[in-house]
Design a protein around this ligand. Structure first.
Ligand code: NAD
Length: 319
């Protein structure tokens, strides 16, 4: 895909925001990137650093800016706020980052056109997507969170490695919270187009059933492990964000697990969490509701309850 597809704003030019900008430039997904941060020097530094690589890439305009400069954006990625420290859960960040969003969302709404899509990356991403949708003025789906797209990628990578198969030939979804209650839909996982129930007996490696629990735990604990090792996660989330940007800017109608406020899907409402959605120019346009086993349905209901409690705690409940 060549450059020239649109303008992307990035609010929060820390590790995640700057890496997303860099990945957007590498993938040549847009013609202009505006980096906004309360630390304007940091945003300017990243804009210059990325710009100096452009002679080897494509003529993308990368610059630092304020809210006025975000006007005309097709997509705004919000990655502002505090990240987890070792031992913290994403939900521990809710209060601090809700305050950041109370500052950012009204300012964004004042400058963005009705067509713009807002993509939330800040954690806890489901709570903040709900908050942004509640205090923003966009129709449902035009504010979405990266949700479990990264968890889904982690599942595919872990399974690909376990099965000795190219991860691109492993398909499956992680639903619910981007966090400790994420739900792996094992009943729908396919390797090379076959459900595990058919693929595993033919593979003949004789994996014990506990392998699924181990992989589920690895998916849920992946970010915590990386944070213990190097203090932050930012490469994979940036690629996931760019995958969503590609679907939006190119109106690709890609099925991606993103977080949106639910309105009765699986009987859940009043909370934002991830399902597979068709993502295109208008954001998340249609949810897909795959068949779930009774256990997966129960795990999704539990995940929704955890998120509802966290959302109410920051004073942004449905009522
Ligand atoms: P960071 O500390 O490196 O960067 C955060 C940036 O936000 C800083 O530059 C800070 O100055 C800026 N900021 C704070 N308040 C602001 C405001 N009101 N307006 C504009 N800018 C503001 O943190 P990071 O590692 O880049 O992480 C950012 C967020 O992304 C965290 O909440 C983290 O948990 C989250 N994250 C999400 C995912 C995901 O899958 N969705 C993955 C990794 C990290």
């Amino acid at each position: 895909m060549g450059a020239g597809l649109g303008k992307v704003g990035i609010v929060g030019a820390g590790m995640v925001g700057a890496t997303t900008a860099f990945t957007l430039a590498l993938q040549q997904l847009c013609r202009e990137i505006v980096l906004l941060d309360v630390d304007r020097k940091r945003a300017l530094g990243h804009a210059l650093d990325i710009s100096h690589g452009l002679p080897f890439l494509a003529p993308v305009r990368v610059r630092e800016g304020d809210y006025q400069d975000l006007g005309g954006s097709d997509l705004v990625v919000v990655a502002a706020g505090v990240p987890q420290r070792p031992g913290e859960s994403r939900l521990d960040l809710a209060g601090r980052n809700a305050a950041v969003f109370a500052d950012i969302i009204p300012r964004l709404e004042a400058v963005l056109g009705p067509e713009a899509v807002v993509l939330v990356l800040t954690n806890p991403v489901d709570v903040l997507t709900w908050l942004a949708a509640k205090f923003g003025r966009r129709p449902r789906g035009r504010i979405l969170g990266s949700g479990t797209l990264l968890d889904t990628a982690r599942l595919r990578w872990l399974l690909g490695r376990h099965c000795g198969v190219d991860t691109r030939n492993v398909h499956g979804y992680v639903l619910g919270e981007h966090g400790d209650s994420a739900v792996v839909v094992w009943s729908g996982v396919q390797v090379g187009g076959m459900l595990l129930a058919d693929a595993c007996p033919r593979c003949g490696r004789g994996c014990p059933p506990e392998i699924r629990d181990e992989i589920t735990e690895e998916v849920r604990r992946a970010a915590g492990r990386i944070i213990e090792h190097k203090g932050a996660t930012y490469y994979a989330v940036a690629v996931a964000a760019c995958r969503i940007a590609q679907a939006v800017l190119g109106d690709q109608r890609s099925v991606l697990t993103v977080s949106c406020p639910l309105e009765g899907e699986y009987g859940i409402r009043g909370v934002s969490l991830s399902l597979p959605w068709v993502v295109g120019r208008e954001g998340a346009v249609r949810s897909i509701q795959p068949a779930l086993s009774p256990q997966e349905r129960e795990e999704l209901r539990r995940s929704a309850e955890i998120l509802r409690a966290a959302t109410e705690k920051v004073g942004a409940g449905a009522g």
